[in-house]
Design a protein around this ligand. Structure first.
Ligand SMILES: Cc1cc2nc3c(=O)[nH]c(=O)nc-3n(C[C@H](O)[C@H](O)[C@H](O)COP(=O)(O)O)c2cc1C
Length: 162
């Protein structure tokens, strides 16, 4: 990495990002992937955007399923975020490996994460390439407020990996 790239990287780290675990299920295939590039983009209709590299297993899964769930997790789930952000569904079933407890969604097929603060069921309404990632725009069709707590923000420990 050259000096200019290093300085850009350092500056961009100042953008605070909430850490979410995005889940998606399509038939026999499922995944739970850590995503920090996530933001609201509209109130009416309620739209959120996640930015996902095409290298991720979940990338094609979302494209095919046309839906995903966003679990906003609390600070106590940092280790789970690390796990879902370093393991890939190309190699392991993350749900079985970590024993992730799920809940049934109301309107989509992708599983909810029981220990999250909030789960947002989304249907895919748009997707487009943005540089080396794909922006997936999801309409929130159901929201589950499960518990109060401080949402996990990207920490120095997690930062090197996103
Ligand atoms: C804190 C953190 C944040 C991350 N944010 C993103 C992200 O916003 N977009 C992305 O494509 N990958 C992100 N990653 C990387 C993926 O979570 C990681 O490559 C994961 O192993 C992909 O799993 P999959 O192949 O099962 O989809 C992040 C990783 C960490 C640890």
């Amino acid at each position: 990495m050259n000096t200019k790239e290093k300085s850009f990287k350092q500056a961009l780290k100042k953008i605070a990002n909430t850490v979410a675990i995005v889940t998606c299920e399509n038939g026999e295939r499922r995944d739970a992937t850590t995503v920090a590039w996530i933001t609201k983009v509209s109130n009416v209709p309620p739209l959120i955007m996640i930015s996902v590299s095409s290298k991720r297993y979940i990338h094609n899964l979302i494209s095919e399923a046309k839906e995903f769930n966003v679990a906003i997790i609390g600070e106590e789930l940092e280790d789970l975020a690390l796990f879902c952000g370093t393991k890939t569904a190309y190699d392991v079933d993350k749900f079985n490996e970590w024993n992730i407890e799920t809940m049934k969604p109301y309107l989509i097929s992708s599983p909810l994460i029981k220990s999250a603060l909030v789960n947002l069921e989304c249907t895919l309404v748009n997707k487009f390439e943005v540089g080396d990632h794909t922006a997936f725009i999801g309409e929130v069709v159901a929201a589950h407020n499960l518990r109060e707590g401080k949402p996990l923000i990207v920490t120095d420990r997690l930062c090197t990996l996103d």
